[in-house]
Design a protein around this ligand. Structure first.
Ligand SMILES: *Cc1c(COP(=O)(O)O)cnc(C)c1O
Length: 393
């Protein structure tokens, strides 16, 4: 078949979906929606079902207003509904961003290790993909980030905060330094105004923002001063609605208008819009577990930091998300496999030697701790000393 040559050796993206008792591999919220939330969603969807002979509202103003209200309650930052955009998961939102602002002859920049879907959006939109390394502790090396932006003159810069798979959140000063460097870019084929070409769009992917520790800022606070900033969020993680497929962003309304050009007509079904609004009406109940998950996360990190392996303590990256990256193991696959044999599925991802575990219910976290204790006692993991900190993930 006449497949595009750059797709020839590509496999579909996705973590293994295995039937295992303890699923700690894709950073979902482990708690199912409570019965009253399910009832509201069912009622809203039933009402939408009565109008399914019609196409849905293309611009879904009611859902955008609900999302703006949610952001104001969660972060204290009020954005206009016209500055909110949504799609089937924040993955589709970010694809819209690359469709509008990337493209042939253009470059997107990010900082590895980071989310492994980003290069796929670039590939699918024929955008050149460039990464620079993060610092060894996975924070952003601001000097290197600014130098990379100056050298590459990208039209899009992607920053995940908290980052996946490391959990690292960015301080406001780091995001501002990137925004300033991006504003100084002159994208070669961009429109000109006042004698200079437009700068790069900066996307801050805040899929895990609700899990940030007290004092960690949201990039939403920077929106008012930065028309080229887009902050993406999702209902898949903290909001306990990964199955819904609803991601969104906040940005200047002019940026949102550009995304309306590239979206497919009626991309957000009436059923999705109704279900999302039903879930958002219960935001307090759905977010009630987030504080508990944060506390469980901190406990899990402290426990992991107390483990010894190969004569040294395990390393655990500081995390503001609902997962932790830990290691390092000469044979991480053996550790992953040992956990799987004990009914615990985690994710073999990130830089060489590291593994990522999502925070589950207290019972699931206990099962993980028991299984990992057994696996480390078996000493299948090899000697930590052989692992170099290669950042390929
Ligand atoms: C899970 C995740 C998302 C969310 O994807 P959805 O399409 O909204 O489910 C976005 N970015 C990162 C870094 C993630 O880990």
């Amino acid at each position: 078949m006449p497949l595009r040559p750059e797709l020839a050796d590509e496999a579909p993206y996705g973590a293994p979906q295995l039937d295992v008792p303890v699923l700690l591999n894709v950073n979902e919220n482990p708690y199912a929606p409570p019965a009253d939330v399910v009832a509201t969603i069912a009622r809203e969807v039933a009402a939408a079902a009565g109008g399914l002979n019609r196409y849905p509202d293309r611009d879904f103003p009611a859902l955008r207003a609900d999302l703006a209200d949610y952001l104001a309650a969660e972060s204290g930052v009020r954005v206009a509904p016209e500055g909110v955009w949504a799609a089937n998961g924040s993955n589709e939102v970010m694809l819209h961003l690359l469709q509008a602002f990337g493209g042939p002859g253009r470059t997107a920049v990010s900082f590895a290790p980071t989310y492994s879907m980003y290069p796929e959006y670039a590939r699918d939109t024929h955008t050149r993909w460039v990464t620079a390394r993060r610092a060894d502790d996975f924070t952003l090396d601001v000097g290197r980030a600014v130098a990379t932006i100056e050298a590459e003159q990208p039209s899009v810069v992607l920053l995940a905060s908290p980052n996946n798979p490391t959990g690292t959140a960015l301080p406001a000063a780091a995001v501002e330094a990137v925004l300033d460097a991006a504003a100084r870019v002159q994208v070669p084929d961009a429109p000109e105004a006042g004698g200079r070409r437009a700068g790069a769009v900066v996307v801050v992917d805040e899929a895990y923002a609700e899990f940030r520790r007290p004092g960690t800022p949201s990039a939403l606070e920077l929106l008012a001063d930065h028309p080229n900033l887009a902050v993406t969020r999702t209902m898949s993680k903290a909001f306990a609605a990964a199955g819904l497929r609803l991601g969104y962003l906040a940005a200047d309304p002019r940026l949102v208008d550009a995304l309306r050009v590239v979206r497919l007509p009626y991309h957000l079904s009436a059923v999705t819009q109704a279900a999302a609004r039903g879930a958002l009406a219960h935001r307090d109940a759905l977010l009630a577990q987030v504080a508990e998950l944060r506390a469980q996360r901190d406990e899990l990190v402290a426990w992991l930091r107390g483990r010894r392996h190969g004569g040294r303590e395990l390393r655990v990256a500081d995390t503001d998300a609902n997962f932790a990256l830990f290691g390092t193991f000469a044979d991480r696959h053996a550790v992953w496999q040992g956990l799987l044999e004990r009914g615990v599925l985690i994710r073999e991802t990130g830089p060489a030697g590291w593994l990522r575990v999502s925070v589950g219910t207290p019972a699931e976290n206990a099962a993980f701790r028991t299984a990992l204790t057994e696996v480390l006692a078996e000493d299948v993991a090899g000697d930590t000393a052989h692992v170099t900190n290669e950042q390929e993930g």
